[in-house]
Design a protein around this ligand. Structure first.
Ligand code: BES
Ligand code: ZN
Ligand code: ZN
Length: 510
């Protein structure tokens, strides 16, 4: 799909579908919506009067062959209440309009900038949000659908043109347009990587993906620890989890180093390319979707792609960023890690393996030790760590935990802006007893049915962070959508964490 930004009059453009928008409960129509209403003899206003349409956020009204307009369809999308309008709302509205356009099998679409007029959002942000909404809403993972491929391709949106009516703001709109494209492309690449089946994305394929991203910018370097190096340097937790698989493990270290960085941040992402549970094997129903157990790694890769793309459009972030991805496959064989095993981790601490299915925290323990050695100002980890996080918060929220109130606060603020919801859980000292082991320094899970497993995961990871502000983001829920209800995210991988990471970086140096 081609995406364009134009200055001019949307009404005169020969699109098959035009998208305009209104605020919920608006007393009067404004801007293009009001012009179109006049041309069409009050078509929009009448529907509002008849309560067919209230303008609730992401609600759509479709008018076919509107009188006086040359386009086949007019989509009016709701922006929600003006008082609570935000960047995330603009993006959601844009995504909803794209969903509707896809339903209508539109090919050539013209749209306003959502909230570009009559809102407090600067034009740059409104344009960025509109672009992100369009690209995220348009995404589908259909590369393996072969039946009727030609027909499907023909029906897809070919071109979307975003109109900026006021020529004086074109430069700002263009900056937002480019930024939105850079960020959304990065999210979509993450979705692609996470959506690929587990036989297509193995640890070595994550290495390949990381190399490709590293080649996007002269400021990104990459260091790969392969199995001999992991052995030599005693990354025994990564090695233990990988031992049951035919696939070799890696620790990937990406580094973004611009001139004069204002801070140094390390992102750590869980990269289990498939989680069978190991010898403590998962039942089929829980194993299904375990290709997504590398969504944390995917988010880190997406952040690096965005760093490179933002640099390419002259909007670089002045921050040194490390991306650390321990990647393995958690499988079974005669060589697999066993329950009762004791791992001597890279940090020196020993772990008793109670459950082979709590493998994420094992590989992350070594990866966090690696991150400590870099002495960054902040560590953020992304991990599909526990089913308990989904039970507690559902699919819309990640669970965030950490050792630094201010950093947790900043992650929360960034999450509100990007619309990637996050809710914080405590890390209480008094629950540490759950991780006591009679034979090692730590047990890898709490051997008690009462244990709050998402929190226990966080407490476990904390043991491997050396006095550095750190936040753990359990993304088991929001990294994956089970249905198509969210206009921004088709069923499957969401790319959760990419936008959040970029926004957080901006705030850490802002
Ligand atoms: N990868 C899973 C967690 C998960 C579950 C991610 C559902 C996405 C969707 C993780 O490795 C795991 O198996 N965790 C165990 C921990 C338990 C043994 C303490 C779990 O959640 O059951
Ligand atoms: Zn597991
Ligand atoms: Zn896992």
């Amino acid at each position: 799909m081609k995406l364009l930004l134009e200055q001019g009059d949307i009404i005169k453009y020969a699109a098959d579908t035009i998208v305009v928008s209104i605020f919920e409960g608006a007393k009067e129509l404004v801007g293009v919506t009001s012009e179109i209403d006049k041309i069409t003899g009050g078509l929009v206003a009448n529907h509002i009067k008849d309560h067919d349409f209230d303008g609730r956020l992401a609600e759509t009204l479709v008018l076919h062959s509107p009188a006086g307009l040359s386009s086949k369809h007019l989509i009016v999308v709701g922006l929600g209440k003006q008082e609570v309008f935000s960047f995330a709302a603009a993006r959601r509205a844009a995504a909803a309009s794209i969903r509707e356009a896809k339903e209508l099998k539109s090919q050539l679409l013209a749209t306003v900038i959502q909230g570009g007029k009559a809102s407090n959002l600067p034009i740059e942000s409104a344009t960025q949000a509109t672009v992100e909404g369009i690209l995220l809403g348009n995404y589908e993972f259909d590369r393996y659908k072969t039946i009727d491929r030609d027909k499907r391709e023909k029906r897809k949106l070919k071109e979307v043109t975003i109109f900026e009516p006021d020529g004086t703001k074109l430069a700002a709109a263009l900056a937002g347009f480019k930024k939105g494209k850079a960020i959304a492309n990065s999210v979509l690449n993450t979705r692609d990587i996470v959506n690929e089946p587990p036989s297509k994305i193995k640890p070595s394929d994550l290495v390949k993906a990381a190399n490709e991203i590293a080649s996007l910018s002269g400021n990104i370097t990459i260091n790969i620890l392969d199995e001999p190096k992991l052995k030599k340097e005693k990354y025994n937790a990564i090695l233990a989890v990988a031992s049951g698989s035919q696939e070799l493990p890696f620790l990937i270290h990406l580094r973004y180093q611009p001139n004069n960085p204002k801070a140094a941040v390390a992102f750590v992402g869980k990269g289990v390319t498939f989680d069978s549970g190991g010898l403590g094997i998962k039942p089929w129903s829980a194993m299904l979707s375990m290709k997504t157990d590398m969504a944390g790694a995917g988010a880190v890769l997406g952040i690096f792609q965005a760093l490179a793309e933002l640099e390419a459009i002259d909007q670089p972030l002045a921050v040194e960023v490390h991306g650390i991805i321990p990647t393995v496959e958690n499988m079974i064989s005669g060589k697999a890690m066993r329950p009762d095993d004791i791992i001597e981790t890279r940090s020196g601490k020993t772990i008793e393996v109670i459950h082979t299915d709590a493998e994420g925290r094992l590989i992350l323990s070594d990866a966090l030790t690696y991150a400590n050695q870099l002495k960054p100002g902040y560590i953020i980890d992304y991990a599909t760590l526990t089913g308990a996080a989904i039970k507690a918060l559902g699919r819309n929220y990640s669970a965030i935990m950490g050792n630094d109130k201010q950093l947790i606060e900043l992650v929360g603020q960034a999450s509100q802006l990007t619309g990637e919801a996050a809710w914080s859980l405590p890390l209480p000292e008094e629950y540490k007893f759950y991780l006591e082991s009679p034979v090692a320094d730590l047990a890898n899970v709490a051997n008690a049915s009462s244990a709050p497993d998402a929190i226990i995961g966080g407490l476990f990871l904390q043991e491997f962070v050396n006095n550095i502000p750190w936040v753990h983001i359990d993304i088991a829920g929001p990294s994956w959508k089970e249905d198509n209800k969210d206009p921004l995210s088709h069923q499957g991988a969401t790319g959760y964490g990419v936008m959040l990471g970029i926004e957080l970086l901006g705030r850490l140096i802002g």
